[in-house]
Ligand binder design. Structure first.
Ligand code: AMP
Length: 221
C-alpha cells in the first residue's frame, strides 16, 4: 500500500494508544514514528543536560517548555526530513504554531491530524496497569498480558518498568495538563485545518483502530 499521507500528527490523552498505533503504522507504511516523550526519556537515561532539564518536569506530569519540545523536534527533522508520525507533539497551541511555521518554510504542509478519544475512566485503568519498555517503547497491560515489572521485554529484551509518571498522582496532573493545554490544540486545528482533522474512538479494539487509521493514512477517507 502506498501511503498518501506522510506528515501525520496523532493527538490524544495519555494511554489512548498513540504509541502502539504509531509503531504499527510505522512498520506497515514506513513512515518514521516520532515520540517526543520517548526522545526525552532517552535524553534522561543518557543523563544529558537536556535530559536533566526534562526530567524535572516529566516526573511531575508537567510539560517541558515549548522551547525544549520544539528544539528536540527541530533536531529530529533536520536529521530525518519532513516525513513523520508525531506521537505526543504538538502538545500546546504554541508548539502547533511552531510546527506550522517550520512546515510552511519547507513547503511540506501537514497531511493529517488524528485525535484518539478516550474517557478519563479508561485512561486511569490503562495507566495504572501499564508497564513499559523504555528501550523500544513497547507497552503491556498487567491485566491483559502475562508480563510484570522486572520481566524482559518480549520485543527487545530490555527490562520492563513502570514509567515514573505512570503513578496515580502524576496521572491526575497529566490529565489536567491535557485538558488545559493540549485540548486547545484540537481547537487550533479545527480553525486552521478542519479538512485534515479526524476523530477516532480509542476505546475500540486495537485492530479496529489500526484498520481505521490505515485507511486514513492511505487516503481512503
Ligand atoms: P509521553 O510519552 O508522550 O506520555 O510523554 C511523557 C512526558 O514527556 C510528558 O508527560 C511531558 O512531560 C513530556 N513531553 C512529551 N512530549 C512533550 C511535548 N510535545 N511538549 C512538552 N512536554 C512533552
Amino acid at each position: 500500500m502506498n501511503p498518501v499521507n506522510q506528515r501525520i500528527v496523532l493527538l490524544g490523552p495519555p494511554a489512548s494508544g498513540k504509541g502502539t498505533q504509531a509503531d504499527r503504522l510505522s512498520d506497515t507504511f514506513g513512515i518514521p514514528h516520532v515520540s517526543t516523550g520517548a526522545l526525552l526519556r532517552s535524553e534522561c537515561a543518557r543523563g544529558t543536560v537536556l535530559g536533566r532539564e526534562a526530567d524535572a518536569a516529566t516526573s511531575k506530569g508537567l510539560l517541558v517548555s515549548d522551547e525544549l519540545a520544539v528544539r528536540i523536534v527541530a533536531n529530529w527533522m533536520q536529521e530525518h526530513g519532513p516525513r513523520f508520525l508525531f506521537d505526543g507533539f504538538p502538545r500546546t497551541v504554541g508548539q502547533a504554531a511552531h510546527l506550522d511555521a517550520a512546515l510552511t518554510s519547507l513547503k511540506a504542509p501537514l497531511d493529517l491530524v488524528i485525535l484518539l478519544e478516550l474517557s478519563d475512566e479508561a485512561i486511569r485503568q490503562r495507566i495504572l496497569e501499564r508497564i513499559s519498555c523504555l528501550k523500544c517503547g513497547a507497552t503491556y497491560s498487567t491485566s491483559l498480558h502475562t508480563h510484570a515489572e522486572g520481566d524482559a521485554c518480549p520485543r527487545c529484551g530490555a527490562t520492563l518498568v513502570r514509567r515514573n509518571d505512570d503513578t496515580a498522582e502524576a496521572l491526575e496532573q497529566r490529565l489536567k495538563v491535557y485538558r488545559e493545554l493540549t485540548m486547545p490544540v484540537v481547537g487550533y486545528y479545527e480553525e486552521t485545518a478542519p479538512r485534515i482533522l479526524q476523530r477516532i474512538d480509542a476505546g475500540k479494539g486495537s485492530d479496529d483502530i489500526f484498520a481505521k487509521l490505515s485507511s486514513l493514512v492511505v487516503g481512503e477517507n
